[in-house]
Write a protein that binds this ligand. Structure first.
Ligand SMILES: Nc1ncnc2c1ncn2[C@@H]1O[C@H](COP(=O)(O)OP(=O)(O)OP(=O)(O)O)[C@@H](O)[C@H]1O
Ligand SMILES: [Mg+2]
Length: 281
């Protein structure tokens, strides 16, 4: 574990966007005083109906649990970690007027999709926070399979000009809309840098009217897709996995994200040493 501890220590010291986040564990030992800083009387936002009527899909709670999506049913006590993550992310994004957040990692299988969806369910449970998740992993999309939903459209095919945007999006909860993707696109970073990506953003913001949009991206070391997309996104989280991610990988990704001024924070996933398997600062 030493390597990941060093990696996180470095990440904590080097990340400008972490000013608003403490290094305290987000579950188990966080002090009540620093966990949540909200105005005493929070205004209740009015939820506007999205312009689009989307296909509504019913999710299977057993499937979600098997895929470690715990923030919807809230049966697993670890879901609290995602509430803390939600509160901190939301506060910083609100303070900065940001609405789009990308999640990436150095290498595959660090837990990006799992964290993206848990964070989204946790956000969408708050009244008035319409959240949109977009599967922008054009190489290995996994949002649909993780949710147990059969996609009828795909973001990749939309970007190729073969489908309408509205066919890619489904409503999975009253406040949660998901843009599904399928298949594998070889020239994915060219697509991400193409004109259709801006049209996708326009569609999301005008037709779906979200408060927050989360983008599930591919790993940074496998393709340049994440780096190509980051200029279009307000900020990003780096998901690293204990026993898997090395200090050098954190350093490299952090540097690339910091150069673009897009690093909001680092999430340590899959840690056995912490009260919760999900740890954020
Ligand atoms: N905290 C955890 N503990 C145990 N297993 C986990 C944890 N987080 C994720 N996993 C498992 O690790 C695998 C990879 O997770 P996930 O698909 O979320 O990663 P990813 O970073 O999105 O992967 P990819 O790079 O392929 O997109 C999945 O089988 C998931 O259930
Ligand atoms: Mg993934």
């Amino acid at each position: 574990m030493q390597h990941i501890k060093n990696a996180l220590e470095k990440a904590r010291q080097a990340t400008p966007g972490l000013g608003a986040f403490s290094a305290a564990p987000v579950a188990g030992t966080v002090s009540a005083g620093e966990a949540v800083r909200r105005p005493e009387v929070a205004p209740v936002p009015v939820v506007e109906e999205p312009a689009e009527k989307l296909r509504i899909v019913k999710l299977d709670p057993t499937h979600l649990e098997r895929r470690r999506i715990i923030a919807r049913s809230m049966k697993d006590p670890n879901h609290v970690s995602f509430n803390h993550l939600r509160t901190r992310v939301r506060k910083t994004m609100q303070d900065n007027g940001w609405t789009s957040l990308a999640l990436t990692s150095p290498t595959p299988a660090c837990g990006k999709t799992m964290v993206t969806l848990n964070l989204a369910f946790s956000l969408a449970r708050e009244p008035g926070i319409r959240t949109v998740v977009v599967d922008l992993d054009l190489k290995k999309p996994a949002v649909a399979s993780t949710l147990g939903v059969r996609p009828t459209g795909s973001i990749g095919r939309y970007l190729l000009g073969e489908q309408d945007a509205r066919d890619c999006f489904v409503q999975v909860d009253p406040n949660l809309i998901v843009g599904l993707n399928a298949g594998h696109i070889s020239a994915s970073s060219e697509l991400i840098q193409g004109a259709r990506i801006q049209e996708l953003f326009n569609y999301i913001y005008t037709a779906l009217k979200p408060e927050l949009v989360l983008f599930d991206l591919p790993p940074m070391k496998s393709t340049d897709d994440a780096i190509a997309l980051l200029p279009h996104i307000d900020t990003a989280l780096l998901v690293v996995a204990a026993g898997q991610t090395t200090t050098a990988e954190v350093d490299e990704c952090e540097l690339q994200m910091s150069e673009l001024n897009k690093l909001l924070g680092v999430i340590l996933n899959k840690s056995e040493d912490l009260p919760s398997k999900y740890y954020y600062y």
